[in-house]
Design a protein around this ligand. Structure first.
Ligand SMILES: Nc1ncnc2c1ncn2[C@@H]1O[C@H](COP(=O)(O)OP(=O)(O)OP(=O)(O)O)[C@@H](O)[C@H]1O
Ligand SMILES: [Mg+2]
Length: 157
């Protein structure tokens, strides 16, 4: 894993935009962070760079939002779900393994055993200062190795 620090909402948004550079269809991102950490901002940056026109919000009540841009994006929020049965009901397993879209899963820690085999992990923590955030990037599985290495390189500067 590697980490980077953002010092403003704009920088977190810009990091989200950066993720779009090397993205491929079929990729999944698991996005962790407390309330107000900056998850939605990051996704807004990513969606903007993928030319999504619709407004990007927290899918807390909808459970899943769908955005159309350069790729279709399925944006999940598992916060309110309690049982694996509910994942089945919303079609989570089909969606999250699809090769025809980009998947973003918020609150993945709710269902650690039900996540895709391959994903990029993004965790946002608050830093020492008010507007500071520490973003930890990790990867799970082999599929995104190249993306991960390239992103790491991009983030060095
Ligand atoms: N470095 C930073 N990166 C991201 N957001 C920041 C930063 N500094 C301050 N903020 C503020 O933190 C808030 C992040 O809000 P956002 O809606 O993106 O969080 P969230 O993780 O989606 O929360 P929720 O779980 O409630 O949906 C915004 O008000 C933003 O202005
Ligand atoms: Mg949010």
């Amino acid at each position: 894993m590697f980490q980077l620090k953002t010092s403003s909402p704009e920088e977190t948004y810009a990091f989200g935009q950066k993720l779009a550079d090397k993205i491929r269809q079929g990729m999944a991102f698991c996005l962790e962070g407390d309330l107000g950490a900056g998850k939605t901002l990051l996704v807004q940056g990513l969606a903007n760079a993928l030319h999504v026109i619709d407004e990007v919000t927290s899918p807390t009540f909808a459970i899943m939002n769908v955005y159309d841009g350069d790729y279709t994006i399925y944006h999940f929020d598992l916060y309110r779900l309690e049982f694996e049965r509910e994942l089945e009901d919303i079609g989570f397993y089909e969606y999250s393994e699809t090769e025809d879209a980009v998947i973003i899963i918020e609150w993945p820690d709710r269902f650690p055993d039900d996540l895709p085999n391959d994903y990029i992990g993004l965790k946002i923590d608050r830093g020492r200062l008010e507007n500071e955030r520490i973003i930890t990037i990790s990867q799970q599985g082999k599929k995104n190795q190249k993306f991960y290495e390239e992103l790491k390189e991009l983030c060095r500067f």
